[in-house]
Structure formats: C-alpha cells, structure tokens
Design a protein around this ligand. Sequence first.
Ligand SMILES: Cc1cc2nc3c(=O)[nH]c(=O)nc-3n(C[C@H](O)[C@H](O)[C@H](O)COP(=O)(O)O)c2cc1C
Length: 183
Amino acid sequence: MTLDQRELRDALGQFPTGVVIVTGIAANGEFVGMTMSSFNSVSLDPPLVLFSVHKNALSFVHWQSMKYYAINVLGEDQEELSNRFARAKGDKWQGLKPAKGKSGMPVIPGALVTFECEAYARYEGGDHEIFVGKVVQLHQNRHEHDHPLIFAGGRYGKLDKTAHKAPAEIGDLHGWVADLGGM
Ligand SMILES: Cc1cc2nc3c(=O)[nH]c(=O)nc-3n(C[C@H](O)[C@H](O)[C@H](O)COP(=O)(O)O)c2cc1C
C-alpha cells in the first residue's frame, strides 16, 4: 500500500502536542532556535527526552554539532514566538532578551518550563534525524493559571481548563501520570 503523504500528515495531526522552541549556540557563536512539536519524553532514569529535526532545516547541521541545547515549552500566550521561530529566514531573536542557561545557551523568556539538555544520542529517522537529550537542569516558570500552547490538526489551540484528572487507580503507570495540581 502506498500512503498518501497529505493523508498521513492529516492523520498525524489528529494527535495533539505541545509546542517547544529548541535553542542553542552554533559553532560560529550564533544563537539558534527552532519551533518543534516533535518533543517527547523518553526516560525518567536516566532523564531523557527527544525531538526530531527535518534534514532540510537551515539549522539542521547546528543541532548535530551542539553539546548542549535547551527545550523551552511555550505557554498559550506565546503563539507569536512559535511562528517567529518556525520561519527559516529573518532574525528570530530580534527584540528578545534571552536568559542564559547553565551552559550559556539562550533560554526563551517566559517559557513554562525549560529543559537544559546535554546531547546524548542521534538516530536516523528518514527525512528527519532524531535527537535524544539528557536533561541536566530544569527551570520551572509555571504558575497556577499558566497553560501550555497546544498544536493539533495544523492549528494552535488551548487546553480545556476543566480537563479531568487521570484516575490514579488504574494500576502501575510506571511514572506516566504526573500530579500537576489541578491542571
Ligand atoms: C507548531 C510547529 C511545530 C513544528 N515542529 C517541527 C518539528 O518537530 N521538527 C521540524 O523539523 N520542524 C518543525 N517545524 C518547522 C520548523 O519550525 C521550521 O521548518 C523552521 O523554519 C526551521 O528553522 P530553520 O530553517 O531556521 O532551521 C514546526 C513548525 C511549527 C509551526
């Protein structure tokens, strides 16, 4: 069976995600940043996360050479930043005052949470490459009323704030359900 790419993309879009901007410093010293929805958790022990980058992205080679990078989870009011860092051209950092992470990488101001990572592994992934990072530092900026930006069906969205809590009594979830205190 040959898959229609458009149909596949639409089908994948039915799985909602959050939105992150991955940031770091290129070998030539320039700040690099890119909007991604392919971020996901991998392991708690050791603490590993992943994202995948299209091989045609202008910044692709920079991610391959970085020893450290930061993954910044965007809040629902940061749609403009998501669009800005999804554009291949232009100064993505104009007017932004990025904070500095532990290893000096720029960190997106106001992100809900930032995971500072050490590059851990890379895997071949078709037209993308999969990057696995080991979390070495966390910055939590989450306040009671902050919610993540959602991406689903090719559109931005917001969380339904009345969302139900996952039941605790289903069995052994191996750490898969976090208590986010009324999220
Ligand atoms: C919401 C959203 C999610 C995205 N997720 C990814 C992703 O996971 N991987 C990827 O390679 N590109 C993703 N993109 C596209 C890149 O952000 C876009 O190609 C960007 O221009 C790449 O920057 P660069 O060309 O400066 O490297 C996403 C774009 C948007 C708007």
